[in-house]
Design a protein around this ligand. Structure first.
Ligand code: BEZ
Length: 219
């Protein structure tokens, strides 16, 4: 195990059952942009995402799409951080191959996790899989370091960067006010108000008492 990670995560379990609402385990690791400590990004949103392997087609398509969307993530004060069990030299060679073949420079750091210390701490490993590749996991971490959304996709199905952006917008919207976001919500669309908690509030809501959609006052 990488000593620095062992120092940062002394009680790395075989596989974590990290859940939304938990504090994101802190760590320091080597990345394509130098040493990186997760807690150095406190105060910003972070999407920490794993991929199964370098030099694979679905992962390459995701990296290209994520790189192109970095200005949108940055406009929402969100940093992207990639991770796989592959080594730093493999990451560097793959990022250069993406630049050479597709003209896309990957602007976010990619963590090497050959000891699986971080993958285990976050639960990025599919224990039923026959190898140590991480699944396509993504952890949306809020500015206080709390995990707010976890997604898991199999190796064979690429994620939607548009959906990642939408989820981040929805998280930031509910953070700002006493509203929730309905299915497929996009900025400008109606939001859901919490159900009444008293008899008078329920009566006042009338037929909308169990689903009260209202125009968003931020729209
Ligand atoms: C891919 O990214 O294309 C991939 C990675 C691991 C297994 C299968 C596909």
């Amino acid at each position: 195990m990488n000593d620095r990670i062992a120092d940062a995560c002394p009680l790395v379990p075989l596989s974590s059952s990290l859940k939304i609402g938990n504090e994101a385990p802190d760590f320091t690791a080597r990345t394509t942009q130098g040493d990186f400590t997760l807690s150095s990004l406190r105060g910003r949103w972070v999407i920490l995402f794993s991929h199964p392997a370098d030099f694979t087609p679905v992962c390459t398509s995701e990296f290209i799409a994520m790189a192109r969307a970095v200005p949108q993530f940055e406009s929402m004060d969100c940093a992207l951080v990639g991770l796989s069990v592959d080594s730093l030299p493999a990451h560097l060679a793959w990022l250069e191959a993406i630049r050479a073949r597709f003209g896309v420079t990957i602007p976010f750091p990619v963590i090497e996790d050959p000891s699986l210390a971080i993958a285990r701490a976050y639960g990025m490993l599919d224990l039923d899989a026959r190898n140590s590749a991480t699944v396509r996991a993504a952890y949306f971490i809020d500015p206080r370091g709390i995990v707010r959304v976890i997604t898991w996709y199999p190796a064979t199905v690429g994620r939607s960067v548009a959906e990642m952006l939408r989820v981040l917008r929805a998280l930031q919207r509910v953070e700002r006010g006493d509203v929730m976001t309905p299915e497929g919500w996009m900025p400008g669309a109606d939001v859901v108000l919490p159900a009444g908690q008293t008899y008078d509030e329920v009566m006042a809501a009338g037929p909308d008492w169990f689903m009260n959609m209202q125009p968003d006052d931020e729209a």
